[in-house]
Write a protein that binds this ligand. Structure first.
Ligand SMILES: Nc1ncnc2c1ncn2[C@@H]1O[C@H](COP(=O)(O)OP(=O)(O)OP(=O)(O)O)[C@@H](O)[C@H]1O
Ligand SMILES: [Mg+2]
Length: 631
C-alpha cells in the first residue's frame, strides 16, 4: 500500500502548494519574495545553482548535472556560466537560441531532459515557484498587467523590470471579465509539467511540406468563430502551440537545423524581441528558454550556407563533447545498463573498464607533447599518476585540440554490442573478452566508419586487450596471495628449520609420525634458486642466515621473513611460481593433486566473495590467466 500512500501524499502536497488570489494580493507577495517574478532564464540558472555547486581545484562541479552526466564537467561549467548565468543577469546571450552541438549519443538529449524534469520539480519549491494569470492558456506573467506608463514607478517601488506586453486575450479578459480593474484579476500558482503542457514544450520537425506553423504558435479555432463573430477575436484562437505552452519555462527544439526556415524565423523573433506573431494579433510576448540540439556535420552545413548568416548570429553554440575519462565512461555504461533490460546479466569485473579504454582511445587526438603517447594521455586524463607529469601537463594536453571528443565511438554502440553478444550467445554472464570480441565483430560490419579509422580502432582493441591481460594476471595473483602473509610465514619457518638442521648436521622430526628425517634439500633449493644462489654458494647463504638469526636473538629481536631482504625476495618468488603452477593446472589436462585443487577452489571462492565474480566468470578468468602464463 506504500505506493497508494505516496500518491495521496503527492496530491496533498500539491493541494498545499496551490495558491489563488487577486493581482493585488500577488503584488504583496512579490514585495516580500521578489524572486517569484524572475525570468525563465533566471529560474533555470537558480535551479542549477540551488542544487549545489562544489569547487574542486578552481573548477565548478554542478550537482544538478553531476549525478547523471559524467566526465563533461568542463563543458557543463561553460554552459552554466557563459550561457545560463549571463542570461539570468539579462545579458544579451538570453536573446539567442541555445544550440547544443555534439556527437551522436553524447548526452545532448539527456541534458535537456534533465533541465525539463528539473524545472518540473523546481516549480514545486518555494524558490522556483511560478505564478500566472489564472485561466490563461499561456500562463502569462501577471506583471504584464501593469500598464506601460506605470512601469517606471513599479521599478522604483519593487526593483523589478517588466518586459513584454499583455497578450490580446488577457487584455480582452481584463475588460470583459474584470471591468478593467486589473487589481482584481485572479492569479494562481502554476506547476510546470510537460505532460500537462505547462511551461515545458518540445518541438520536433516532421515533413517540411506538411508541418504547420500552428504547431509552434497555435491556430484559429473555427468552431468558435461563429460565437465570437470574427477571426481576430482572441477568444477564437487556440494558444496551444509549443511556444505558447512553454511560456515561462523551456522549449526543446529537436533537430533544429533540419527544420524549415520559416519556423526558425519565428524562433528568432521570439528570442531576439521576446515576442512572436500568431494569427491576426499584435505580437505576443513570451519568456522562455529555447534549447536546440544538433550534430557537428549538420551545423557545419548550416553555417556554410550564406542564407543562414542572420540566423547564425542569433544562435549561441555550446559544445557537448564525449567524455574522455575511462572511469567516467565506465559509470556511463553502468547507468545505461541499469536503465536497460540487461540489468539481470552478470558483467564480469573489468569488462566495462576494458570497453571504456577502447572507446576513450577512439576519441582522443594524437598528443603533440613530447614523451606522451595515446595510452599515457588516456591515463593522465583518467587522473592516474604518471611519473614526470602533473596536472599542469594535463591542462596543456587538453588545450592542444579544442575539438577533441567530438568524434569517436559513442556509448550507445558499446551497450548495443554488449547486448548483441548476450542475446546471440544466450549468455548469462559476459566478460571483458566477450565484450571486446563483440565490439570487434561490430566494427568489421560497420558501414559508416572509414577504412583508416577501422584500422586504428583495431589497434585500440589490441591495446585494450593487453591492458586486460595485465589486470587479469594481477587479479588472480591478488586472490591467490590473499593468505599471503600466512603462507609466506609457514614457508619460511619450514625453510629455516631445514637450514638449521643442515648447518648443525642434525635430523628433523616429522611433526606427524615423529620419525627422524634428513633436511629437505629439494625444498631449500627450490627457494634459493629463485634468487640465483648456486649449488656452490648455498652453504654460505644458509650460514649467513643462521648468523643473522642468532644476532637477532642476542638483541632480543624476533627474526621474521622481513628481516632478511634476499630471503624475503626468494620466498615471494617461490610463492608466485607456485601460483603459476596452480593456475596452469586449470588449463592443462593434468589432474591436480589434492592440495592444488584446494588452492584453486580457494582462489575461486576468493574471486567470488571479494572481487565480484560469479563461478562462471571466475573459472573463465583462471583459465584465461592460465593460458597467458603458458605462453
Ligand atoms: N557524458 C555522459 N554522461 C552520462 N551519460 C551519458 C553521457 N554521454 C552519453 N550518455 C548516455 O548515452 C545515452 C545517449 O545519450 P543521448 O540520447 O542524450 O545523446 P544525444 O547526444 O542526444 O544523441 P543523438 O545525437 O543520437 O540524439 C544516454 O543514455 C545518456 O545517458
Ligand atoms: Mg538526442
Amino acid at each position: 500500500m506504500d505506493i497508494l500512500n505516496k500518491i495521496r501524499e503527492y496530491r496533498e502536497e500539491e493541494q498545499k502548494l496551490t495558491w489563488r488570489g487577486t493581482f493585488a494580493e500577488y503584488l504583496e507577495m512579490v514585495k516580500e519574495r521578489p524572486h517569484i517574478a524572475q525570468t525563465a532564464h533566471s529560474r533555470v540558472y537558480n535551479m542549477i545553482k540551488d542544487a549545489g555547486v562544489e569547487e574542486v581545484d578552481d573548477k565548478k562541479e554542478f550537482k544538478f548535472f553531476s549525478d547523471q552526466m559524467y566526465g563533461i564537467e568542463d563543458s557543463i561549467e561553460k554552459l552554466v556560466e557563459e550561457y545560463f548565468h549571463s542570461a539570468a543577469k539579462r545579458l544579451d546571450v538570453r536573446k539567442r537560441i541555445l544550440l547544443l552541438m555534439g556527437p551522436v549519443s553524447g548526452g545532448k538529449s539527456t541534458l535537456v531532459a534533465m533541465l525539463k524534469r528539473g524545472l518540473e520539480q523546481y516549480s514545486r519549491t518555494d524558490n522556483g515557484a511560478v505564478y500566472a494569470i489564472a485561466g490563461c492558456p499561456m500562463h502569462e506573467d501577471p506583471l504584464h498587467l501593469i500598464p506601460h506608463h506605470l512601469r517606471d514607478s513599479f521599478y522604483e517601488e519593487y526593483g523589478i523590470k517588466i518586459e513584454g506586453n499583455l497578450s490580446p486575450l488577457n487584455m480582452m479578459r481584463v475588460e470583459k471579465e474584470y471591468g478593467g480593474r486589473i487589481e482584481d484579476v485572479m492569479v494562481e500558482r502554476v506547476f510546470f509539467s510537460e505532460d500537462k503542457r505547462v511551461g515545458i514544450g518540445t518541438f520536433s520537425p516532421s515533413d517540411p511540406k506538411s508541418q504547420d506553423i500552428a504547431d509552434l504558435t497555435g491556430s484559429i479555432d473555427f468552431s468558435t468563430i461563429a460565437e465570437y463573430g470574427s477571426e481576430s477575436d482572441p477568444r477564437a484562437y487556440r494558444f496551444d502551440g509549443e511556444l505558447n505552452k512553454a511560456n515561462r519555462g523551456l522549449m526543446e527544439f529537436q533537430e533544429m537545423l533540419k527544420c524549415d526556415e520559416k519556423f526558425l524565423w519565428h524562433l528568432l523573433s521570439l528570442t531576439q524581441e521576446g515576442n512572436f506573431k500568431a494569427g491576426r494579433f499584435a505580437l505576443i510576448s513570451a519568456d522562455e528558454l529555447i534549447v536546440a540540439h544538433t550534430n557537428e556535420s549538420e551545423y557545419k552545413a548550416f553555417i556554410s550556407n550564406k542564407k543562414n548568416e542572420a540566423l547564425h548570429s542569433r544562435i549561441i553554440v555550446m559544445k557537448v563533447p564525449y567524455n574522455l575519462k575511462v572511469s567516467e565512461e565506465e559509470r556511463i555504461y553502468k547507468k545505461m545498463i541499469k536503465e536497460s533490460d540487461l540489468s539481470h546479466v552478470h558483467i564480469a569485473p573489468h569488462a566495462l573498464k576494458i570497453a571504456a579504454i577502447f572507446t576513450i582511445l577512439t576519441r582522443l587526438s594524437v598528443p603533440k607533447k613530447a614523451g606522451v603517447d595515446l595510452i599515457k594521455k588516456m591515463k593522465l586524463y583518467n587522473g592516474e599518476m604518471i611519473e614526470g607529469y602533473n596536472a599542469q601537463d594535463v591542462e596543456e594536453l587538453k588545450k592542444e585540440d579544442p575539438d577533441e571528443g567530438m568524434t569517436g565511438i559513442d556509448p550507445r554502440y558499446v551497450i548495443n554490442r554488449i547486448s548483441s553478444a548476450i542475446i546471440r550467445k544466450q549468455l548469462t554472464s559476459i566478460s571483458a573478452l566477450d565484450v571486446l570480441r563483440s565490439i570487434k565483430e561490430g566494427l568489421e560490419s560497420h558501414a559508416s566508419i572509414s577504412k583508416e579509422d577501422k584500422e586504428r580502432y583495431m589497434d585500440f582493441i589490441s591495446i585494450a586487450r593487453r591492458e586486460y591481460d595485465d589486470i587479469a594476471k594481477k587479479e588472480v595473483q591478488k586472490a591467490f596471495v590473499y593468505s599471503y602473509d600466512e603462507s609466506a610465514k609457514t614457508l619460511m619457518d619450514n625453510y629455516l628449520d631445514n637450514v638449521e638442521a643442515y648447518c648443525n648436521k642434525n635430523k628433523l622430526q616429522d611433526p606427524l609420525t615423529g620419525e627422524e628425517m634428513s633436511p629437505d634439500e629439494k625444498l631449500m633449493r627450490s627457494i634459493e634458486e629463485q634468487i640465483g644462489i648456486s649449488e656452490n654458494a648455498k652453504k654460505a647463504f644458509r650460514e649467513e642466515i643462521l648468523i643473522r638469526i642468532s644476532a637477532y636473538a642476542r638483541k632480543g629481536k624476533k627474526f621474521d621473513y622481513n628481516s632478511h631482504e634476499r630471503l624475503r625476495e626468494a620466498i615471494q618468488k617461490k610463492l608466485f611460481a607456485d601460483l603459476k603452477d596452480i593456475v596452469k593446472i586449470t588449463t592443462s589436462t593434468k589432474t591436480p593433486d589434492e592440495s592444488q585443487l584446494k588452492k584453486v577452489n580457494e582462489v575461486i571462492a576468493r574471486l567470488i566473495d571479494e572481487h565480484g565474480y560469479n563461478s562462471v566468470s571466475a573459472n573463465e578468468l583462471l583459465r584465461y590467466v592460465g593460458s597467458l602464463l603458458n605462453r
